[in-house]
Design a protein around this ligand. Structure first.
Ligand code: SF4
Length: 307
């Protein structure tokens, strides 16, 4: 998935926009995890708060480098002139802009060095790939009733007459689990829906384009096959529509009153604590509803409907 590039970045027409699409799966995913986190995230974006984590910086830079590689390839395949930066130039340029806008310089510089190695390695590794590039960083979308979902596709290619949507993912270590957990991702399920509606029978499916950025100077690359779960794919429209309805309902209230999902599984993910944990847990004004105690030997039974 595309990663947010920090606020306050000067516009440079030679640099591609790889930021999130207007109403992407990231919104639905966050709202499904915790509506309060979704609301706090919206406010943080409006306030222009930066999120600087090594994996986000690394992913942003590699993603940008690959976007420029394929955008220049697209122009070359069409016989057109391309003013976009070369991949390494683009990553260096973004690093300078991010630091100038307040990004943490040592972090960006360290991840730039890793990203340059990874992107150069990627280009050499796939030097003979015969993909016809159709789109780079273009926004596509669908509606389910009033619920819209958009996605900025990293790359759309044609291989032997079929159309594939490619998503670049970076990781510090590629494992067999990547193909399993990305097959469960609404992002890839959404790509499948949008792909089928856009290209019909010509659509070949999503491609997971894994890039290992391990800091050892020897990046690794894989494109494992994804096996999406059919019932999850079938339920996608209902998932989007019902989640959108919950977002719309919550939007009537101040964010501090949106339902929270306090759990070690939601407040503390594999990337660490929720970005909003302080606001949510300490600074938010308490919204306390009256409760009636039902504890006692029959407490549990008393919560069940009368037989
Ligand atoms: S700390 Fe937990 S409950 Fe609060 S916003 Fe984050 S995920 Fe939701």
């Amino acid at each position: 998935m595309s990663v947010v590039v920090g606020p306050g970045i000067e516009h440079d027409p030679r640099l591609l926009n790889t930021g999130p699409s207007p109403f992407g799966w990231h919104r639905y995913e966050t709202a499904l995890r915790c509506l309060a986190a979704y609301g706090y995230g919206l406010e943080a974006r409006l306030l222009g708060r930066r999120i600087d984590r090594p994996q986000l910086v690394r992913g942003t830079l590699v993603h940008l480098g690959l976007a420029h590689h394929y955008a220049r390839k697209l122009a070359a395949q069409k016989g057109e002139k391309c003013d976009l930066y070369a991949p390494v130039e683009a990553m260096e340029r973004l690093t300078r802009l991010e630091i100038a806008a307040g990004g943490f310089a040592p972090l960006w510089q360290e991840q730039l060095a890793n990203a340059v190695v990874a992107v150069a390695g990627y280009i050499a590794h796939y030097a003979t790939e015969r993909w016809r590039v159709l789109y780079v960083e273009e926004v596509f979308g669908l509606r389910f009733g009033e619920a819209q979902i958009t996605q900025r596709f990293d790359l759309v290619v044609e291989i032997d007459g079929r159309v594939y949507v490619v998503d670049h993912k970076t990781s510090a270590k590629i494992t067999a689990d990547h193909r399993r957990f990305y097959a469960l991702s609404g992002q890839f399920i959404g790509m499948t829906w949008i792909g089928k509606y856009t290209w019909g029978d010509r659509f070949g499916g999503p491609i997971l384009n894994l890039v290992e950025v391990n800091g050892s100077g020897k990046p690794r690359f894989q494109r494992p096959a994804l096996e999406l779960l059919p019932a999850q794919v079938a339920a996608f429209g209902a998932t989007v529509a019902t989640t959108f309805a919950r977002m719309k309902d919550a939007a009537q209230y101040p964010v501090d009153q949106w339902p929270k999902s306090p759990s070690e599984h939601t407040c503390w993910t594999r990337y660490g604590a929720c970005d909003h944990i302080e606001r949510c847990g300490v600074k938010a004004p308490a919204v306390t509803l009256p409760a009636t105690a039902v504890l006692g030997p029959d407490g549990e039974r008393s919560l069940l409907p009368a037989a």
